[in-house]
Design a protein around this ligand. Structure first.
Ligand code: SF4
Length: 374
């Protein structure tokens, strides 16, 4: 028989009382051990491998990470190998995963771990947070999963589970930083194996206590869940209407020469930093045809006709949406760009550049090669 936790009527905002934390730990542990998904990164306790998996999992589906994590770990098996790699090699291994800033920060972090920490990741969250790219959540995840330390970890999944369990309708955008959630998570982790309990909370949020239609009938916490008891699971967390992401429109220049298309490597800052892409020209509002003057500002010499192909390629980033119109033009010169310092490469169909090739560029190239065979 399960023990009765604290009163369901109260709404604690400073963490759980001990009894309630103990009950959650005792309910979650056997549930997780019996039902956890078999994920590649769960077969290791190597803190470096856990770090890589947690960085990849940010904003990215588990199924996608399954396709990348093993290959990345095979290519960069330890923090020293990653630190010694060229940035372009790291971006190439990350190509298709998106949010490339994560890869750059991971690489910087690896360099710091090697240069200043003797290639050893710290065991505590405070030490881990000094590493570039490791925030409070990732530090808690590495410390709890790799080192079995009771360091709390609150991501969207954990926040949703605990907010519903306590029936606290904190707006979703404030949840991940709410102190009572971090205190509550730490209180639960102290009542058993942090390695198991941290992953169990995340697993419950990902597979049972999902944003829409939580499966309360299959939930190990259902017996004492306050949102379920009050019939308010759909209202927690409170979701505020989000402003629509602004749309930016671009011409993507497919400059063709000798059956090859020109790619340029983007600058060190901003979206898709250091990734290979077609040259982009911003489309002024209300413009419907490629602006030759804007194109001539980046391309030298005689340019054939600018031929738009197909519908625009739409690509959604976290806070903005790009609508990219592909325009094909032939160029005579093999060095057509006005800025000679822009790294560039000519690419034939089925080739790939040395370095990062983002999904957006793959979509644009698919459009280019499809029209080339028409
Ligand atoms: S009972 Fe339902 S709402 Fe409560 S934690 Fe479980 S799945 Fe979430």
């Amino acid at each position: 028989m399960s023990r009765k936790p604290g009163s369901a009527a109260s709404k604690p905002r400073r963490g759980f009382d001990r009894e309630r934390a103990q009950w959650v730990a005792s309910a979650l542990t056997p549930w997780f051990l019996a039902t956890q998904r078999d994920l590649s990164w769960r077969r290791t306790r190597d803190p470096y491998a856990v770090w890589v998996s947690e960085v990849m999992l940010q904003q990215t589906r588990v199924e996608t990470v399954e396709r990348y994590w093993s290959e990345f770990i095979t290519r960069f098996p330890d923090v020293g190998t990653l630190a010694a790699a060229e940035t372009d090699e790291v971006l190439a291994a990350w190509s298709g995963l998106g949010y490339y800033r994560r890869a750059r920060l991971l690489h910087q972090g690896a360099k710091l771990v090697v240069a200043e920490l003797g290639a050893q990741l710290p065991r505590d969250a405070e030490g881990l947070r000094r590493i570039p790219g490791i925030g409070a959540y990732t530090a808690g995840a590495i410390a709890s999963i790799a080192y079995d330390q009771p360091e709390p970890l609150v991501d969207g999944n954990v926040a949703r589970v605990l907010a519903r369990f306590e029936a606290v309708a904190t707006p979703s955008e404030q949840l991940a930083t709410a102190p009572w959630l971090w205190d509550g998570c730490a209180a639960i982790l102290r009542e058993g194996s942090p390695r198991i309990l941290g992953q169990a909370l995340m697993e419950l949020g990902a597979t049972v206590c999902t944003p829409r239609a939580p499966r309360c009938a299959a939930c190990p916490l259902a017996e004492h869940c306050r949102a379920k008891a009050a019939g308010v699971t759909a209202e927690i967390p409170a979701v505020r209407e989000r402003a629509a992401s602004p749309t930016e429109r671009w011409w993507a220049l497919a400059l063709m020469h000798d059956d090859a298309v020109l790619l340029v490597q983007r600058g060190e800052a901003g979206l898709l930093a250091r990734m290979w892409c077609l040259p982009l020209v911003a489309i002024p509002e209300a413009s419907t045809v490629p602006d030759r003057t804007a194109v001539a500002a980046i391309v030298m010499g005689k340019l054939g006709s600018l031929r738009p192909i197909g519908a625009p390629v739409v690509h959604v980033f976290t806070h903005r949406r790009w609508e990219v119109h592909v325009v094909v033009a032939s160029v005579r010169s093999a060095t057509p760009l006005r800025d000679p310092l822009t790294p560039q490469t000519w690419l034939r169909e089925h080739e790939r550049p040395a370095g990062g090739l983002p999904t957006l560029t793959r979509k644009l190239l698919a459009r280019v090669w499809a029209q080339a065979t028409v």
